[in-house]
Design a protein around this ligand. Structure first.
Ligand SMILES: Cc1cc2nc3c(=O)[nH]c(=O)nc-3n(C[C@H](O)[C@H](O)[C@H](O)COP(=O)(O)OP(=O)(O)OC[C@H]3O[C@@H](n4cnc5c(N)ncnc54)[C@H](O)[C@@H]3O)c2cc1C
Length: 300
């Protein structure tokens, strides 16, 4: 299967866009703010909190970085005007990190101020390892000013337990995920079981040290294990939430989490950049290419 996935991922740019779109649109709310807000509304009505993310990364000009910042301003306003239960998560390279780090920070701080002024929240997605330190440093610089900011830590990175020790405390708000990029074995666990066990212990560590954790996974073993641990330890519902990506089939598990009183948040990407985003994601992680095959054959 690994060979099939790798081959498929390499061939993806040759696959007609219409087929990739069929895959991508399961996971993307649409291209416009209106489409996104209509998905948010539907999910809110079903009991889910939502995170919106405008697709895109590695912005390569000042104008584009300002456009991305302004698109997020508009999104915050639209969320506020609708009274939606929805926050925002973004990638720093989308705001210009890697192209002009000062520009990215400037854009970021303006957006954080916007989130604060609307009593909303801004989480910084974690990108691949060249950006880990810069992302953590930026989070650290602003975290003492406000509770409206959050970070992401990836359980495949060997450094993550130390990062959490260094970052932990009352105001630490972190999403734990496995990590979607391909990272070398010098810095990252490669074995799925190690990544999984590290995920569980990182999430527990955050809660035990007084932080708030977003448990971001579709891995039912992790969800079951952490739910049981949370119940046994009588962890208060304001210390954690479960998070999943929009469109990933969860076989009724999300409804069960809601019924049991847990907070569940759906991460919903939106925007015109769905094609390059999907292609890059699939090439970076050929494992996901296997889902294309499944989705082609799954009845809607
Ligand atoms: C809310 C959220 C935010 C995230 N933010 C980041 C981030 O900031 N940085 C980062 O590096 N990564 C991020 N990720 C991605 C994450 O790191 C993983 O790559 C991704 O979630 C797959 O890992 P998993 O924990 O679901 O486990 P897996 O073992 O990969 O998946 C468990 C099961 O879920 C199903 N599944 C998983 N993904 C899909 C899919 N796309 N389509 C269909 N079925 C699927 C499969 O059936 C699979 O067997 C995020 C994930 C989530 C849920």
């Amino acid at each position: 299967m690994k060979l099939v996935n790798n081959t498929l991922a390499t061939l993806l740019p040759l696959i007609p866009k219409v087929f990739v779109k069929r895959f991508a649109m399961r996971y993307v709310a649409g291209e416009t703010v209106e489409e996104a807000l209509s998905v948010v509304n539907r999910l809110n009505e079903a009991g889910y909190a939502v995170t919106l993310d405008i697709l895109g990364e590695h912005t390569k000009s000042h104008d584009s970085a300002y456009q991305v910042r302004d698109a997020y301003f508009d999104l915050y306003n639209a969320i506020h005007n609708r009274g939606a239960d929805c926050n925002i998560s973004l990638k720093l390279t989308h705001l210009g990190l890697g192209f002009d780090d000062d520009l990215a920070e400037n854009n970021f701080s303006q957006l954080l101020n916007k989130a604060i002024s609307l009593n909303n929240f801004l989480r910084i997605d974690m990108e691949n390892s060249p950006y880990t330190d810069r992302t953590i440093n930026l989070y650290n610089k602003y975290r003492d000013e406000t509770d409206c900011i959050g970070l992401v830590i990836q359980s495949y990175l060997l450094r993550s337990a130390d990062d959490i020790d260094n970052l932990s405390g009352n105001r630490f708000n972190v999403r734990i995920c496995k990590g979607i990029y391909r990272e070398p074995e010098e810095i990252a666990y490669q074995a799925p079981e190690e990544i999984r066990q590290n995920f569980i212990s990182l999430a527990q560590k955050v809660i035990e040290s007084g932080g708030y954790v977003g448990i971001a996974t579709h891995d039912l073993f992790i969800i079951d294990t952490l739910e049981t641990w949370i119940l046994n330890k009588k962890i208060s519902g304001n210390r954690y939430e479960f998070q999943v990506l929009y469109g990933v089939p969860m076989a009724g598990r999300l409804e069960k989490l809601l019924d049991a009183g847990h907070k569940v948040r759906i991460y919903v990407p939106v925007g015109e950049e769905w094609y390059p985003y999907s292609i890059r994601r699939l090439q970076e992680n050929p494992h996901l290419a296997g889902y294309i095959i499944k989705n082609f054959f799954r009845k809607k």
